[in-house]
Ligand binder design. Structure first.
Ligand SMILES: Cc1cc2nc3c(=O)[nH]c(=O)nc-3n(C[C@H](O)[C@H](O)[C@H](O)COP(=O)(O)OP(=O)(O)OC[C@H]3O[C@@H](n4cnc5c(N)ncnc54)[C@H](O)[C@@H]3O)c2cc1C
Length: 328
C-alpha cells in the first residue's frame, strides 16, 4: 500500500537522519516513548498517526486500525506506567481526510467520514482520552465544524476543534462555538494555501487576525470555553498567557507546539507554570509527510533552520512580551 512504502530499512534510515526532528517514529512504541519523555519534561502530548488525503477505503481502514490500536495502547500505558502526574492524559489528533473525505467513488464521502470519525471519538471517549479534530483546507471547514458540533453534544470537552486565523470566516465560527457548552478550540495560524477571497494572504495580516481571535476567545466567552493556542510565535503565546493569568482565566487552557520546534521556549514556558503540549506525529509515513510539508510551504526549511539558529532570540522576545505585574 502506498502509505506503507517507506516503512522498513529505508524508513528507519530516514527517521534516524531527518524524520525524527518532526516525528516520534514509525511505530506506536516510538510514540509512547515520546509521550513519556514529554511527560518527564513537564509537557503533555497530542498524538497524530501520519497519513492524510487517503484515496482508497483500504488506506482509511489502515488508519482506523492504527487509531484503534493507539487508543488501546494509550489506555494501557496510562493504567500501567508510573507517571508522576496522575492527571496526565495524552490527547489524540485526527484529520477528516485520514478517514475518508477524499476517497473517490463514494456517493456520500461526508457520511462515510463522519461515521468513521465518530467511531474513533466514541472509542477514545470511553477511555477518557480527548480527541482533537485538526482543520484541513477550506473545502473541509464546513464539514469539520458541522461534525464537531454534533460530537460536542455527545462527548462534551473530550472532543475539540481547530480554527485557523488565516480564514476570514473564523471570527464568526469562533463566536458561534463560544455559545456552546464545553466547546474547546485550538487557535492556529493556518497552514493550507487558500485564495484571497476567503483568506488573509500576508503573514502580518494573518498574525493580526490571530491576535484578534485570541482576544475574542478570552474576553468574550465564559470561563468554561476551552482555549488552546497552537503556535511558536512568542507574541501570540505571551498575549494568551497574559489573558489566562489576568482577568480572563479559562477552566481549560494550554499552549501547543510542534515536536522539534522552539523547544527552548517550550521548556521556558514549563518552568513558568504554563501548560504545554507537544504535537507528536508518528507512523511509517514520515517521508511523504516531510516532503509534503516542504512542498506546501517553501519557507518551511528556511523557517526550521532559522528557528533552530535563532531559538535564543525568540526566547528573549517571549521574555520581552511577558505580562507585567500590573497587567495580571
Ligand atoms: C500543535 C499545533 C497544531 C496545529 N494544527 C493545525 C491544524 O489543525 N490546521 C492548520 O491549518 N494548521 C495547524 N497548525 C500549523 C499552524 O497553522 C501554523 O502553520 C504553524 O504553527 C506556524 O505558525 P506559528 O503560529 O507558529 O507562527 P509563525 O509566525 O509561522 O512562526 C513563529 C516562528 O516559529 C518558527 N516556526 C513556526 N512553525 C515552524 C515549523 N513548522 N518548523 C520550524 N519552525 C517553525 C519560525 O521560526 C517562525 O518564525 C498547527 C500548529 C501547531 C503548533
Amino acid at each position: 500500500m502506498k502509505q506503507r512504502q517507506h516503512a522498513g530499512v529505508g524508513g528507519a534510515i530516514f527517521h534516524a537522519t531527518v524524520g525524527r526532528k518532526w516525528c516520534a517514529g514509525p511505530t506506536v512504541e516510538h510514540v509512547l516513548r515520546a509521550i513519556q519523555k514529554d511527560h518527564d519534561e513537564g509537557k503533555g502530548a497530542l498524538v497524530n498517526y501520519l497519513g492524510e488525503h487517503c484515496k482508497t477505503k483500504e488506506e482509511v481502514m489502515h488508519n482506523m486500525e492504527a487509531y484503534e490500536t493507539l487508543i488501546e495502547r494509550l489506555a494501557t500505558f496510562l493504567s500501567s506506567s508510573e507517571l508522576l502526574d496522575p492527571t496526565f492524559v495524552p490527547a489524540i489528533s485526527m484529520k477528516p481526510t485520514q478517514f475518508g473525505l477524499d476517497v473517490a467513488g463514494l456517493s456520500t464521502p461526508e457520511n462515510y467520514t463522519a461515521g468513521n470519525m465518530s467511531h474513533i471519538v466514541a472509542l477514545a471517549s470511553r477511555k477518557g482520552i480527548p480527541v482533537w479534530m485538526d482543520m484541513e483546507g477550506s473545502d473541509t471547514t464546513d464539514f469539520t465544524i458541522g461534525l464537531y458540533k454534533r460530537l460536542l453534544e455527545v462527548q462534551g470537552r473530550l472532543v475539540r476543534l481547530v480554527l485557523q486565523a488565516n480564514l476570514k470566516r473564523t471570527p464568526d465560527d469562533l463566536r458561534d462555538l463560544m455559545q456552546r457548552d464545553q466547546a474547546t478550540v485550538r487557535l492556529v495560524k493556518g497552514i493550507y494555501p487558500e485564495s484571497p477571497g476567503i483568506a488573509f494572504m500576508k503573514n502580518e495580516e494573518i498574525h493580526r487576525a490571530f491576535a484578534e481571535l485570541i482576544e475574542i476567545a478570552f474576553t468574550q466567552s465564559s470561563s468554561s470555553f476551552g482555549v488552546a493556542i497552537g503556535s511558536h510565535h512568542s507574541e501570540r503565546i505571551a498575549e494568551a498567557v497574559a489573558f489566562q493569568q489576568g482577568d480572563f482565566q479559562k477552566d481549560y487552557f494550554v499552549v501547543q507546539m510542534l515536536r522539534g520546534v522552539m523547544k527552548k521556549l517550550a521548556d521556558q514556558l514549563v518552568t513558568q507554570g504554563v501548560p504545554i503540549e507537544i504535537y507528536e506525529p508518528y507512523g511509517p509515513n514520515e517521508f511523504p509527510y516531510s516532503v509534503r510539508r516542504m512542498r506546501e510551504s517553501p519557507s518551511f526549511i528556511l523557517g526550521l533552520v532559522r528557528a533552530t539558529l535563532f531559538e535564543g532570540r525568540y526566547t528573549k522576545l517571549y521574555e520581552h512580551h511577558q505580562p507585567t505585574e500590573s497587567s495580571q
